[in-house]
Write a protein of this length. Sequence first.
Length: 232
Amino acid sequence: MDVHLFTGKSYLWRILLVSEVKGITYNENSKRQACSNHQEINFEDYFSLSPQQMQASGKENEILLVESMSMIGYLEKHHPLPPVLGATRQDKEEILDVILEFDLNVVANLAYRIMTPIILGVTHNSSIQSAIDQAHRDLMWLEHLLQDKTWLVGGRVSAADITLYTIVAPFLRFIGNLQQGVLDMGFSEITKGYPAVEDWMKAIKGLKGYRRATEIVWKGEDQFAEDFLPTS
């Protein structure tokens, strides 16, 4: 499988982690090195892979899919073991429900109402504070889902865990970097406030192949894979 990175690193990260769990061989496409920022993107290559200007994820057997969950579904069909979309009908339904709840209702708040304004220089206003309050509620929702278990659904790592992790981990790292500055969003005691989330994140970091997948996606970006999660 060839993987292409233009934008949307968290979404490519999903594909690589699923591939590692399933033992699927993948190749880092050489186009990646030309795409570290928008000014360096070869847009002719980008549009050839993603004519609707979506985030290209991967290609296998000359089949190109540009949306991460479609790619995970394809990999599940052609590489069914171990399953990441559920071994039973109930597990499949619960995994899909968790993924959709998160992607439709949580991601926009974390990415567009908190991270994007701060990146653009808006460090604090009532809208951001409201989004921060919502982010705490979302993390508490995740904390409750993880009570007394390691994985979200079915007793094994699934696409639900990988999907949520690849958004939550970059967000918490982003917030952690802010804690070193003047902006305190109340996430500094993540270990104390969300112990089940912390244990879950450590379990994912312990997956075979985690380091390889993570270093490919976040190469050269302040050792993203290591030690960004606060410890007790």
